[in-house]
Design a protein around this ligand. Structure first.
Ligand code: CS2
Length: 482
């Protein structure tokens, strides 16, 4: 049997190694959410920063619940492989991580209180935060928020842990860490700040005021297409590195990170790892969320309806590509003109990335958690278009595809509101109007003016009827010719 990856010795020369002495650098970052995306993105940028500028900025990674990846990383001395897939694949070993914590909230809290931790970063996915985005407040009905408000000394969730750690640091006279959300949420820094303040104020108004005055929550835009690791990933990594690596990830060559430069306790030289520091992340983030993630969701639901397993399969389907282009143009029309963005070039680059034949990104994976993703990907831009007198047709069509897909499932979809969605689908039966209205009325999904707009609602409903009557292929043909 092949030996596990545990050290940097004896690896084949074509495998890229960390460009610095791991033992010479201490830890400065606690990262929550050791998913594939973090390992393929921030971990790589941090490795590049350490190689270029050094500093005590290695990462202690943690998962709130699952233990598999932390255990795999601990058995590998924190090392793991990133496989960049482009046809001529490239394997890099990442050295930035050290010991990892899995499913032990008390250990996470202890680490977050350690003065050497100066940045707490997160990729926990949209649904884990427990923030009411419309109210810009903690959501006391979110299970982790409710539990942590009742027992704030033993927090289990994101807002509870951040608040408890900041409270302990304040009490001990230790400077607070900077909180860095790296999830695909609009204005993720201010949003997380609002969630933490809402949570803290419910416990202690002075603490809330102190956090508001002393803690930085810079916003970020993160981008790297990272499919879930498969057996094939692990087998290919083993072939290239001659080691067994149970924490390996595969990803595309492209990577982008735009960060608001507000780090009172310092930060790694991420610019050396090609991150871009800006004063306002919002235009970059809107372009990415609306054009990349928005069209990803369109591909995901259309792909699910048409039995297309991977994003790249959709890119080999001419009518779908035309639909995706049209969607990207609609998204581009919502972006601020004065920000100096180039959405046309961006769209072409996205189409090429989506078509990467070496990346097997499953439409099923992207289709998950629609009620968490679609507000910022589709409904916010659609509402912007509505208010500006623009054409919301592409968004009505995308929404109808999502509804038609929901109407076709027999099990609750993989979504925090999956059971409710299935219930609404069952209640509506074949009634397109009832389905459209009941789903669009879900709290926090679509801005109220969009959900109540007769033109938008009837366009969704007509498209839904068409898809259900004639099939998605026929509906796409009609739509593109209308
Ligand atoms: C995808 C994203 O799963 C999804 O919802 O749209 O994970 C996407 O691949 C990344 O945001 C790309 O940076």
């Amino acid at each position: 049997m092949t030996a596990r990856l545990t050290s940097l010795d004896g690896l084949p020369p074509e495998v890229a190694l960390p460009g610095y002495d791991r033992a010479a650098h201490g830890f400065g970052i606690l990262h929550l959410g050791l998913g594939a995306f973090h390992r393929a993105h921030q971990a790589v940028h941090t490795d590049d920063a350490l190689a270029a500028e050094g500093g005590d900025w290695r990462i202690i990674g943690a998962n709130l619940r699952s233990r598999d990846i932390p255990e795999a990383m601990n058995a590998q001395n924190g090392l793991f492989t990133v496989l960049e897939r482009s046809g001529t694949d490239r394997a890099l070993i990442i050295g930035a991580h050290g010991p990892a914590i899995g499913g032990d909230a008390a250990a996470i809290l202890r680490t977050a209180c350690d003065p050497k931790i100066r940045i707490l970063s997160l990729t926990v996915s949209e649904k884990a935060y427990g923030i009411d985005r419309a109210a810009m407040d903690a959501d006391p009905t979110h299970p982790a928020v409710a539990t942590d408000l009742a027992r704030p000394q033993e927090p289990q969730g994101v807002l509870g842990i951040i608040t408890a750690a900041l409270a302990a640091r304040r009490k001990a006279g230790v400077a607070p860490f900077t909180v860095l959300s790296c999830d695909n949420l609009p204005d993720n820094g201010p949003l997380l700040r609002a969630g933490v303040l809402g949570f803290a104020r419910r416990l202690d108004t002075d603490l809330g005021a102190w956090i508001a005055d002393h803690v930085a929550f810079p916003a970020t835009m993160v981008d790297r297409i990272t499919p879930a690791t498969t057996k094939r990933t692990l087998a290919d990594v083993e072939t290239m590195t001659l080691c067994r690596d149970l924490a390996a990830v595969e990803t595309e060559p492209f990577s982008q990170w735009v960060i608001e430069d507000r780090f009172p306790q310092g930060r790694p030289a991420w610019e050396a790892g090609a991150a871009l520091f800006v004063s306002d992340v919002r235009p970059h983030e809107a372009m990415k969320l609306r054009m990349l993630n928005g069209s990803h969701s369109l591909i995901a639901y259309a792909g699910q309806m048409l039995d297309l397993l991977h994003v790249r399969d959709a890119m080999a389907d001419a009518p779908l590509v035309a639909l995706i282009r049209r969607h990207m143009q609609a998204a581009a029309a919502t972006l601020p003109k004065e920000a100096g963005l180039d959405p046309d070039t961006y769209a072409e680059a996205l189409l090429a990335r989506f078509a990467n034949p070496a990346i097997a990104h499953q439409t099923r994976q992207i289709a998950m958690d629609g009620t968490e993703k679609l507000p910022q990907r589709w409904f916010a831009p659609a509402a912007d278009l509505l208010r500006a007198g623009g054409d919301t047709g592409p968004y009505a069509f995308a929404t109808a595809i999502w509804l038609a897909w929901l109407a076709s499932v027999t099990q609750p979809p993989d979504d925090p509101r999956g059971a409710l969605l299935l219930d609404l689908v069952r209640k509506a039966g074949a009634d397109d109007e009832a389905l459209t209205r009941s789903i669009l009325a879900l709290p926090g999904l679509a801005p109220p003016d969009l959900a109540a707009n007769a033109g938008f609602v009837s366009a969704v409903q007509e498209n839904l009827a068409h898809i259900r009557r004639d099939g998605l292929r026929a509906a796409i043909t009609t739509e593109l010719n209308s």
